[in-house]
Design a protein around this ligand. Structure first.
Ligand SMILES: [Fe+2]
Length: 415
């Protein structure tokens, strides 16, 4: 139970709650924590509030019996204001960068939508635009810049799902291509193949494609035709590279049951097609049309490792799993501090990602993006499933239904 105490009675070892104090008014990354040093006490006293709350059960000390102000340095208030200001600017900048990335993703998806609509109408200029867009993604990953992979929270309808999916597959495919060290020509073909891999689905009636419940054998056969339709659409327009066509035609070819087209031998698959296959399956697992059937990123990787080993190229799958790390963006985790957080970005150290802390005392739209190991000395203890969270925690961390991925250049390019 929380008890209200004067800030003059604080002591190292007390677990306190800065309830009712907005995060930007204090210099701490959390709104509740155990006091570890006298400096933290000075900072709390410097906020200007008279009371805080403490939890006796989580504390390893009792509050001071009497008020004490004798050891508070006079400068603590000024220092605290300075830290507060600097931290607030840094956190706001980080948050703004994330919002900008989210807008870029949505703008790219809208552009992909326009491009595909144009291609379907047989307009050759859109084929060139598709190549240009694909080349931009490919060149980004060929640039040797250090990249971060960011989570984009999306709400999508059936109409936008295909473009978000295409974009996710293109971005993750290029990232994986870069991990596998493929050359520039392959990278550009991979990017276009990934972006266009499902364009043939536009020829399948929506009532079949988005039918809820089980599909008939004839409907399933019709859906399988999308790989053929994809190649057909592009071949009427322009001289698209053979490897791009193969990526589209072969992206459902696996070494086992469920592979199609049946006429294609798994061993004839190029590395490009193998990459698109792995990424496509991953995105379908985490972004199922039925939200309740979507797997968490962590579960999806585990599932692929368990179920698809041997059906995919193991080298490609292995690199993909390593690339996304143990805590892929979108993973909900428990930190060693006991707090709940969601991974929003991974950079050079996938074990110390950037997270959003589930702090119900901080409004959702003000939730901070925190770097583990840098901003706070916590690390991930374990990955959680949505069912492990309370309804409030789930709502706080995951307001939308789909996961998108977008890459950004981290700091400066590598030397
Ligand atoms: Fe497909």
């Amino acid at each position: 139970m929380l008890k209200k105490i004067s800030v003059k009675r604080l002591k190292v070892g007390l677990h306190i709650y800065l309830k009712d104090i907005p995060w930007f008014k204090h210099p701490f990354f959390r709104s509740n924590f155990k006091i570890k040093s006298n400096n933290e006490i000075y900072d709390i006293q410097g906020i200007g509030c008279e009371y805080v709350y403490y939890d006796a059960a989580l504390s390893s000390a009792e509050p001071l019996i009497e008020d004490s102000t004798s050891n508070v340095p006079k400068t603590s208030g000024e220092q605290s204001t300075k830290i507060k200001k600097e931290r607030s600017i840094a956190l706001r900048k980080r948050k703004e960068a994330f919002i900008k990335t989210e807008k870029k993703f949505i703008a790219s998806a809208e552009k992909a939508d326009q491009i595909m609509q144009g291609i379907l109408k047989g307009q050759i200029s859109f084929c060139e635009e598709a190549e240009q867009m694909a080349n931009e993604f490919a060149d980004f990953f060929l640039s040797d810049a250090e990249t971060t992979l960011n989570l984009i929270n999306l709400s999508s309808s059936d109409d936008t799902a295909l473009y978000y999916h295409s974009l996710n597959v293109a971005i993750l495919s290029c990232m994986l291509g870069s991990e596998l060290g493929i050359d520039a020509v392959d990278m550009r073909n991979l990017s276009l193949g990934a972006l266009m891999h499902d364009i043939g689905k536009s020829k399948i009636p929506k009532k079949v494609l988005y039918k809820s419940g089980s599909k008939t054998k004839a409907e399933l056969e019709l859906i399988k035709m999308h790989t053929f339709y994809g190649v057909e659409i592009l071949s009427t327009l322009k001289d698209v590279h053979r490897d791009v066509m193969k990526a589209i035609y072969h992206h459902h070819v696996i070494n086992g049951k469920g592979s199609y087209p049946s006429s294609v031998d798994y061993n004839s698959k190029s590395v490009i097609a193998k990459i698109v296959t792995v990424v496509n399956v991953y995105d379908n697992l985490i972004n199922n049309r039925d939200v309740n059937k979507s797997l968490t990123p962590h579960k999806a990787l585990a599932y692929m490792y368990k179920v698809y080993s041997g059906m995919f190229d193991n080298n490609v799958l292995g690199h993909f799993i390593r690339m996304l790390g143990v805590y892929p963006p979108g993973s909900i985790c428990e930190l060693d501090s006991g707090e709940i957080a969601m991974v929003v970005s991974i950079g050079e150290n996938p074990l110390l990602p950037e997270v959003v802390l589930c702090d119900l005392n901080v409004p959702k739209n003000e939730a901070m993006i925190i770097k583990l190991g840098t901003d706070i000395d916590s690390k991930v203890e374990r990955v959680l499933a949505p069912k492990d969270l309370t309804a409030d925690q789930l709502k706080y961390l995951s307001p939308k239904t789909k996961i998108g991925y977008y890459a950004e250049v981290k700091d400066k390019p590598k030397e």
